[in-house]
Design a protein around this ligand. Structure first.
Ligand SMILES: [Zn+2]
Length: 464
């Protein structure tokens, strides 16, 4: 058998790091997990302090000091640290303690029951993100109990406000507690292990993400009487501009992550899909493949370029009045490193209408940052851990949405979005994150703890 870098890491692990009685660990993991899900921390308003108190009590019961830090007392973050010998810079392991809201009337099992049924645990936050929070918490407990010697500090953060406003959460932590959380590497939400037909298939790790930008199209023209149509009608110019920009395909650009992602995706896909993903790199075949993806696989298509989605349109106020102005709000998701002013200039050329302005506007933005590396010790450790626990390959990918990791990547932290195993068939059936029947496989709860433990131990445990 060929040996990759991960063999070397695995072989070098100290005996003390080869924990443990997993059935006992599983039992404890499930207990903490259910307790966390049973605390209603829907955001807004969040009230994550109740989660923070549970987490702090659990850490301190094992002798790990934990600090609550809060911009708003009802919304406390938790920071805890296990000290290493300082030969490497710290690793930060993070989960968010808030969840999205619920419509309780739609749930078969009450949303904060953490009910176990048919091999699943049901409840708000089971996938997003109390599974990560629990696995990071368990990793701290296991590291402490097994007395693992660490080359780097392991910092744990239970973070508030991920689902709504980031002010009391990651922004507060980065701005007011940077000394307490500064790290070389971070593990946080957004990845997953894809399961198909009951089998783990491959792992996805988010190494970079697109950056949301706000843009408006504003069309102007003379106002007038609706009985006398004008060619200069602002609504007509806006409609034409929206149609033109939506039909435009911005230039395709790969980065290290997306190139590697599509290459690797081809190796775990059906022959037809594999041919398509390979075709993306063949100038003859690429246009037809992109057209196929635009129609059938919007996530992959969005990864190819800075994307534009016209999502709000406004114009006019009375049926017999030609309005002097109409506007459309576009959701632009920029590739990392996109030259945004140049991109807007391209949009102006495509629209090619002096009556329509392209107006950048402020948006609750997450900072841009280069992709995290996929050739370093941290990434190889994640690959090794997924291989050991699930027997699968790891694919790095670019998130099309935005996460709190953007704030950490902007500070130079190498961030990896990881996550528990999910059935690929499950989300379309209405059981995914944010759904009315959010659920996680019990097996995924247990394996996620093992994965977290393996990955963090590989990155942090002393090798002698
Ligand atoms: Zn989340």
């Amino acid at each position: 058998m060929r040996c990759f870098a991960w063999c070397i890491f695995a072989a070098a692990l100290p005996v003390a790091a080869q924990t443990s009685d997993w059935s006992k660990v599983n039992e404890e993991a499930m207990r903490h997990f259910q307790a966390l899900v049973r605390i209603d921390s829907t955001d807004p308003p969040g009230n994550e302090t109740r989660v923070a108190e549970y987490v702090k009590k659990t850490l301190e019961a094992d002798g790990i000091p934990a600090m609550l830090v809060a911009k708003d007392p009802a919304r406390a973050n938790v920071i805890a640290r296990l000290k290493g010998n300082g030969s490497k810079k710290p690793i930060l392991i993070m989960g968010h303690s808030d969840t999205v809201q619920v419509d309780a009337s739609k749930w078969t099992f009450p949303p904060f029951s953490a009910m176990r049924d048919g091999g699943y645990v049901y409840g708000r936050g089971t996938l997003d993100d109390k599974s990560d929070l629990m696995a990071a918490l368990m990793t701290m407990l296991l590291l402490k109990r097994s007395n693992v010697k660490l080359d780097r500090d392991v910092i744990f953060v239970s973070e508030v406000g991920e689902e709504a406003a980031t002010g009391p959460g990651i922004e507060y932590l980065v701005n007011e507690h940077w000394n307490d959380i500064e790290a070389e590497i971070c593990l946080a939400e957004t990845g997953s292990v894809k399961r198909q037909n009951g089998q783990a298939h491959y792992a996805l790790v988010e190494t970079t993400e697109k950056q949301p930008k706000g843009v408006k199209l504003i069309a102007k023209g003379p106002a007038g009487h609706g009985s006398r149509p004008l060619r200069s009608n602002a609504v007509v110019h806006l409609a034409r501009a929206v149609e033109t920009i939506a039909a435009w395909e911005p230039p395709t650009r790969f980065n290290d992550t997306t190139r590697y992602y599509f290459e690797k995706l081809a190796t775990v896909s059906s022959p037809e899909d594999a041919a398509r993903f390979k075709g993306l790199f063949d100038p003859q075949k690429a246009p037809a493949v992109r057209e196929y993806l635009a129609e059938h696989d919007p996530v992959s298509y969005s990864m190819l370029h800075t994307s534009i989605s016209p999502n709000i349109i406004k114009g006019g106020y009375q049926v017999n009045v030609i309005p002097s102005e109409a506007e459309a709000t576009l959701d632009v998701r920029a590739l990392p490193g996109e030259d945004i002013p140049a991109f807007y200039d391209m949009m102006r050329k495509v629209i090619n209408d002096p009556a329509v302005e392209v107006m950048p506007e402020a948006r609750n933005q997450r900072p841009g940052a280069p992709p995290s590396r996929i050739d370093n010790e941290a990434y190889h450790a994640i690959e090794a851990a997924y291989r050991k626990v699930y027997g699968v390959q790891t694919l790095p990918y670019m998130g099309t949405g935005a996460t709190d990791m953007a704030f950490l990547r902007a500070k130079g932290v190498q961030c990896y979005g990881i996550g528990a195993m999910v059935d690929e068939e499950d989300a379309p059936k209405g059981f995914g994150p944010h759904s009315d029947q959010e659920r996680i496989l019990e097996e995924a709860v247990y394996k996620h703890v093992q994965f977290f433990w393996e990955a963090v131990t590989l990155m942090a445990a002393s090798k002698n």
